[in-house]
Design a protein around this ligand. Structure first.
Ligand code: BDR
Ligand code: CA
Length: 332
């Protein structure tokens, strides 16, 4: 039975890879895509998501635009310094234009309608700030039972990337992240940057993807600014496809190994704002010092078959458009 999936996203280069992964896979039913501010403003993330779907020939997938800003506080910063001025290394315009209109509904309404209509539980993969998902859970608690899992790219067990303590998606809207992770309404899987960094792909992987066909070439063409950023962050020529790692788990449960851990989001205003504190003490020690309002346990991804995952991503992204005979590219 294919996984029923909705992606909530802020493309973003790694988001583009993650969307393509789901859009091209046979073992997933991609019900919809919702956009959120994040790496770049909402208008840019929305058109980027629609163009990536057009690249993959997925004119059947509805896209609805969501939050323009975090729930409570202002967004501290975008991530153009990572993803380029338009979120796709300045290459968004080179993707095919969508033929399907933007959905008239807002993101939360589309999410609610898709959940309501589903005859079996739906997986949601938030790969941007969690604002839309927190709003969905607050506004439609009745629908939480229709959610199979919320597989989130976000958080850090060690150091962060936006700040010393915090990872970008959680740091962008810590209150929303707290609402989703601590709310206990639906099972959550957190895929933190510690693991996504270990799944980084190298220049050989990129060259193979670029030479695999028009979609691989188009995805590769979106990467120059991102790759340059990660050349500095990693210290070698490679890229971290954070969001694709989370979507791989969303599509095929068990791709990543998880640990059940209590996780608390830091919502204060000190240097730790946006940190995800995972309690990795031995369970017996945790139990002996348990506080009444201790954070609920969630699944945290801690390991995977790294080479196996890279190979799986490459083979999934190498396939050509699902629409036979259609040339997905304009001017790349
Ligand atoms: C996350 O932040 C964004 O910049 C990426 O798209 C990813 O979702 C990684 O910290
Ligand atoms: Ca993202």
């Amino acid at each position: 039975m294919p996984t029923k999936l909705i992606i909530d996203t802020d493309p973003g280069v790694d988001d583009a890879f993650a969307i393509a992964l789901a859009a091209l896979a046979d073992d997933v039913e991609l019900l919809g895509v919702t956009s959120v501010y994040g790496n770049v403003p909402l208008s840019a993330t929305t058109i980027n998501a629609r163009r990536v779907l057009a690249l993959c020939g997925r004119h059947d997938v509805p896209v609805a635009a969501g939050a323009e800003r975090p729930l409570v506080h202002r967004h501290p910063n975008e991530a153009r310094y990572v993803h380029g001025a338009d979120g796709l290394s300045g290459r968004s315009h080179a993707l095919p234009e969508p033929t399907r209109d933007l959905d008239e509904r807002d993101a939360v309404t589309l999410l609610a309608d898709l959940l309501d209509a589903a005859d079996e539980p739906v997986t949601i993969a938030p790969i941007g700030p969690l604002t839309n998902i927190a709003t969905l859970l607050a506004a439609h608690p009745r629908l939480a039972g229709k959610i199979a899992r919320i597989v989130i790219m976000g958080g850090a067990l060690g150091h962060g990337n936006s700040t010393a303590a915090a990872e970008f998606n959680i740091w962008s809207d810590p209150e929303a992240a707290h609402r989703v992770l601590a709310g206990g309404q639906a099972p959550c899987v957190l895929v933190p940057m510690d693991l996504t960094y270990r799944c980084a792909v190298d220049a050989v992987w990129m060259t193979e993807l670029a030479g695999s066909g028009p979609i691989g070439a188009a995805l590769d063409a979106l990467t120059p600014d991102y790759r340059e950023h990660y050349r500095g962050a990693l210290g070698w020529d490679g890229m971290v496809l954070h969001d694709a790692v989370a979507v791989a788990e969303a599509i095929r449960p068990g791709t990543l190994q998880t640990e059940r851990l209590p996780v608390q989001v830091e919502c204060g205003f000190g240097p730790g704002r946006g940190a995800t504190h995972a309690d990795r003490r031995l369970p017996a020690l945790r139990a002996s010092s348990a506080e009444p309002d201790a954070a609920p346990e969630i699944d945290v991804a801690v390991d995977t078959d790294l080479d196996g995952l890279r190979a799986q991503l490459l083979s999934a992204l190498r396939v050509n458009s699902r629409v036979p005979g259609e040339d997905p590219l304009r001017t790349l």
